[in-house]
Design a protein around this ligand. Structure first.
Ligand SMILES: Nc1ncnc2c1ncn2[C@@H]1O[C@H](COP(=O)(O)OP(=O)(O)OP(=O)(O)O)[C@@H](O)[C@H]1O
Ligand SMILES: [Mg+2]
Ligand SMILES: [Zn+2]
Length: 296
């Protein structure tokens, strides 16, 4: 153990006054390596950092003085935490570190219907979750924060938007979020937990516990599950647990609201009514823009 480490309560070397719109870090979309940019210290914090950026972020005023925490420490700690949470979130690679800025409101001068309004709806929610966290308070349970249930045709940005919301919420609040895609391996993974030879044998309860309690959850592609009694029951249990604890949940689906009503005898839909804003996304299929067609 390093006895030279400052006590956790040691004040930073100098209190750093940051402008209201500067949390001390920002996302730099410039890609230096890999597929996305990186979260960096804001220039003001960077300018005052004296520790060289190496953990445990401490500074010695003189060779014989006690160390103190560098001003950058809480910001660097937040950045590390956010990077860890994003890598554990299950957000698909293509949408990792995708923030609201990347969700376009128009394409080649033509407005994308509803895109700007979706973003407007989300901003107060991000602010609310961030402030609650900053003030060490739970979100006011008399008026629980509502997520979004986005339904509509394929390709109009539902998954991208929810991933953007999840990245933003994790980035600003430093709290955990998870993404599960019902079209992909979700139920398959759960089923494997009952397989004696599986490395995740016996993990169903901890997996469901994590998904039930994580502060932010995206359930992508509701409605593509096979609707076996077991799958619907698992889904109902998850939604009900999150409903009971008023946890923020985002849902995407290609099904219509009438079709969702049919799930689990209406018990899932009924909970969504209180948990989410139900939003019909009517933008056109964005994938059409990337179409390459040949006639040969
Ligand atoms: N507003 C937008 N700005 C930028 N890219 C967008 C936007 N909307 C959609 N896209 C792009 O279009 C593609 C399809 O988006 P996405 O996967 O979010 O659609 P979806 O509504 O979830 O489709 P599906 O219902 O088939 O799952 C993605 O490559 C996404 O990046
Ligand atoms: Mg999708
Ligand atoms: Zn420093």
């Amino acid at each position: 153990m390093n006895d030279n480490l400052p006590k956790a309560s040691s004040p930073p070397r100098t209190a750093l006054e940051l402008p209201a719109n500067d949390p001390g870090y920002f996302y730099d979309p410039m890609v230096t390596a890999g597929t996305h940019g990186e979260i960096r210290l804001s220039p003001r914090v960077e300018a005052h950092c004296r520790c060289g950026g190496a953990p445990p972020y401490q500074v010695f005023e003189s060779p014989h003085s006690e160390p103190t925490w560098c001003v950058c420490r809480s910001y660097r700690t937040h950045i590390r935490q956010v990077n860890r949470l994003i890598s554990q979130s299950g957000i698909p690679e293509r949408f990792r570190y995708h923030f609201l800025d990347q969700f376009q409101e128009s394409h080649k001068g033509t407005e994308i219907p509803g895109a700007a309004r979706l973003k407007e709806h989300l901003r107060p929610l991000i602010y609310r979750c961030t402030e609650a966290k900053r003030n060490h308070k739970a979100i006011d349970t008399n008026s629980p924060a509502r997520g979004f249930l986005l339904w509509g045709e394929p390709g109009n940005g539902k998954t991208m938007f929810c991933c953007g919301a999840l990245n933003e919420l994790i980035f600003h609040s430093g709290q955990a979020g998870r993404f599960i895609g019902l079209s992909r391996k979700f139920f398959q993974t759960l089923r494997h937990t009952f397989d004696q030879d599986s490395p995740i044998h016996g993990q169903a309860i901890p997996i469901m516990e994590t998904l039930s309690t994580v502060p932010f959850l995206v359930i992508d592609d509701l409605g593509v599950q096979r609707d076996t009694e077991w799958e619907v029951e698992m889904l109902y249990n998850l939604v009900d647990a999150r409903y009971a604890e008023q946890r923020l949940t985002f849902v995407t689906t290609n099904k219509s609201i009438d079709e969702i009503k049919g799930l689990a005898g209406g018990r899932i839909y009924s909970r969504f009514l209180e948990m989410c804003h139900l939003i019909h996304v009517q933008a056109p299929d964005y994938r059409e823009y990337s179409k390459i067609e040949y006639e040969i």
